[in-house]
Design a protein around this ligand. Sequence first.
Ligand SMILES: Nc1ncnc2c1ncn2[C@@H]1O[C@H](COP(=O)(O)OP(=O)(O)OP(=O)(O)O)[C@@H](O)[C@H]1O
Ligand SMILES: [Mg+2]
Length: 327
Amino acid sequence: MGLFNRGSNADDTGASSNGVPDNDNGAERAPQPPPANIVVPEPDEEGRITASQALAPKRAPESEPGTESDSEPGRRAKVISFANQKGGVAKTTTTLNLAVAFAESGHQVLAVDLDPQGNLTMSQGIDPDKVDKSMYDVLVNHIPIREVIQEREIDIAVSSIDLAGAEIAMSTQIGRERSLEKALAAVTDDYDFVCIDTPPSLGLLTINALTASDKVIVPVQCEYLSMRGLVQLQNTLEMIRENLNPGVTIEGILPTMLDSRTVHAKEAIEILEENFGELVFKSRIRKAIKFAEAPVRGSSVLKYDPKGNAAESYRELAKEVLTNGAS
Ligand SMILES: Nc1ncnc2c1ncn2[C@@H]1O[C@H](COP(=O)(O)OP(=O)(O)OP(=O)(O)O)[C@@H](O)[C@H]1O
Ligand SMILES: [Mg+2]
């Protein structure tokens, strides 16, 4: 049985050619052409992506954690995007709680809210409607990113609703895919990790995030239908590697909102492991009401309920990422 044998076209990237976000919160979309400057990987004879294409980005062995970045003054942050064009799969929850778990283990962390919904910004108690300047001004008007960073549990570069217009405003700019990468260059020596939350689309904001990143973490809800979108994400990543950022790889696929009592969730994890093998994190994030409660208090789950299982699961994930060498 194959996630990849059910008619997913290799050119079905979901990225809008005109830079307009196809922000659908998980609804089915018609296939759209990729941006004109992006090359689509060759599908197999029957027009399907093959498992080897999809599995191409293996986790590469890297240097021991904590060796370079902690000890050298000229450290450069590891930049990690949290991406999945499907809505509501725990991208924001994972960005915040993993970022806070890194900080708990002694790392300097910047979180970047690249989603016009501003959920990450809100989940640190900041009202996106009341910020003076946001990532919009960084990406479109090229102001220094330091001007939009606020200090909370971790440092956070804030979003605002304006960001919804950034894709259109950037679409005519030369180097529009590299705006974020350029902005981050000014601060990467100050941090060990930069964690970027992306919107539920594969538009220009997400392309900026992937272009600026060393790694991608893909939260996925443990349902068969949620997992099909991973093929699209893989295709987009392949295009980014070929055209914009050859070094970006998947750090791992994270099963979230797991209800391990259901047979369906178990089957979904099996399918995920069958298709993505070692890319699937060993850590699992179970369903827990604390995850919905914490953002209302403007807090991570690690601060809201420090001793609970929900907090512990993200500490486990942080350990797993650090052990894989992403420090
Ligand atoms: N493990 C979990 N158990 C229960 N609820 C969760 C869990 N993780 C996240 N949630 C809740 O599910 C909802 C969606 O999570 P979140 O906002 O992180 O997803 P998202 O992928 O960022 O969504 P979007 O695509 O809209 O940006 C939120 O209300 C969040 O609090
Ligand atoms: Mg989100």
